[in-house]
Design a binder for this molecule. Structure first.
Ligand code: ADP
Ligand code: ZN
Length: 438
């Protein structure tokens, strides 16, 4: 490792677009051949009337049918594997709120490549073996735990598996161990700062923190800026999903101008979620990913449900791996209220523009009489509840700004800091209590 190099894997990170495409085609052909070891894909290819030999160019990818989360459920637990189970060394599983959970299998090579990908991301934002990395994210099945653990160790950092929650202990670790970098979900960073405030710990004065890695849940640019300001650090957006290993799929570089998705690991397509046809470059659509170096469970044209768009191929950092816009959310997160489509992130973006508000909010949907309504509860940054006219004006201003964005008038309720429920894992932003008419 050359500490002075901007790149951990220059041989991959600095490839030109055409070199990336050549590598992708080679890896795609290998992956497709390897997939024929999987009962699922063998059948899929037969049904589609194609063989691996039909994949001669990157464009031929379109001949391959999509893989969906439902396919993972239907083949639960091991029906997708492309290697014998005895050669797998790790299993991750999603919660599966409806029906079967999903299972993702890894070989030792998969885990090594995953650690390399995460290490590459962390190096890209300036972390070096001298850094102390505290992983304040859930461990266990949640891939943000082990994924960052192995990646940070691979980079050579002293890595603290602090896990999520227990903020007092987190703060003690940060100060005692000289933590310089933290990975956490954005909603947890806010909580951590609240406890720091209560303890009289000033992150800039009392800690060595300089870098945060935030991800695993949608958050707006405004929320990132809030987090950077309150912690006095740089906060980089990290995107990952269990089906693609976990963290390390796409990550911002120091330019903070979108997330580079590692195209030596994945082929990205952005499609219209209805027609499944590619959208013109730069337009928002559903991200579809094909893995290029997975051994245990490669996935071809996996529909992620995440909505984003391609920002560009060039970047001042010298990497040409395509840059993605921050995720707008999953298509399943979209709220449809009185026929209007709304993403929670749109609401967050507006709320974060009001400096009086904290980053905690909850959207509740209810049916009142014949109408479906939205209530937005948001915590105040400070308490100034005795000044009723000011609160009333603030509520009105927020309501108006929200209406301009989402075209519906929500009820806005300002609540005291620390009163909204906190979830252990990813933040729950929407509670739908609407009546369902059969
Ligand atoms: P689960 O499917 O149980 O939520 P995952 O950890 O696999 O577990 O979640 C992956 C999903 O989390 C992604 O598909 C995406 O919707 C969301 N996600 C992950 N990172 C980000 C990010 N940086 N910004 C927005 N959404 C993200
Ligand atoms: Zn860059």
């Amino acid at each position: 490792m050359d500490n002075n190099s901007e790149y951990l894997h220059p041989e991959f990170e600095t490839l030109s677009v055409s070199e990336i495409r050549d590598l992708q085609l080679k890896r795609l052909k290998d992956t497709v051949k390897h997939c024929m070891n999987s009962e699922f894909y063998r059948k899929r290819f037969q049904e589609a009337g194609i063989t691996p030999d039909d994949i001669k160019t990157l464009d031929d990818l379109k001949k391959i049918p999509f893989t969906t989360k439902q396919d993972l459920r239907d083949t639960y637990p091991f029906g997708m594997a492309s290697i014998p189970l005895k050669d797998c060394v790790r299993l991750h599983s999603s919660s599966g709120t409806t029906g079967n959970p999903t299972v993702i299998l890894h070989s030792q090579k998969d885990l090594d490549e995953w650690a390399n990908a995460v290490a590459r991301c962390l190096w890209m934002v300036g972390l070096r073996p001298e850094d102390v990395f505290q992983n304040s994210s859930g461990y266990g099945m949640f891939t943000g735990g082990l994924g960052f653990q192995y990646g940070a160790e691979r980079l050579g950092m002293l890595t603290v598996p602090a896990a999520a929650g227990n903020s007092l202990r987190q703060i003690k670790f940060i100060t005692d161990f000289g933590t310089t970098a933290i990975h956490a979900i954005p909603s947890y960073v806010t909580r951590l700062k609240e406890v720091m405030d209560q303890q009289g710990v000033d992150p800039q004065r009392d800690t060595k923190l300089k870098t945060l890695v935030i991800g695993a849940e949608p958050h707006s640019e405004e929320q990132r800026k809030r987090i950077e300001k309150m912690m006095g650090v740089k906060a980089y957006n990290s995107f990952g999903m269990s089906e693609m290993c976990g963290p390390g799929v796409a990550f911002e570089c120091k330019e903070q101008n979108g997330l580079h998705i590692w195209e030596d690991y994945y082929i990205v397509e952005i499609v219209d979620p209805e027609t499944l046809e590619p959208v013109p470059e730069g337009e928002i659509g559903e991200m579809v990913l094909t893995t290029l170096n997975r051994e245990a469970m490669p996935l071809l044209r996996y529909r992620t449900r995440d909505l984003t768009r391609i920002l560009g191929h060039d970047c001042p950092c010298g990497r040409h791996h395509v840059r993605l816009d921050r995720m707008k959310g999953r298509s399943d997160d979209m709220i449809v209220l009185r026929g209007v489509n709304i993403f929670p992130i749109q609401i967050e973006k507006i709320l974060m523009q009001f400096k009086e508000l904290s980053t905690n909010y909850l959207i509740t949907l209810t049916t009142d009489g014949d109408n479906d309504n939205m209530t937005v509860e948001v915590e105040l940054e400070e308490l100034f509840t005795d000044d009723y006219s000011r609160l009333e004006k603030l509520t009105k201003d927020i309501t108006r700004a929200l209406k301009d964005e989402i075209l519906l008038t929500p009820r806005v309720k300002l609540v005291a800091k620390g009163t909204l429920p906190v979830s252990e894992g990813k933040a729950v932003r929407v509670v739908d209590k609407r009546k369902v008419y059969e």
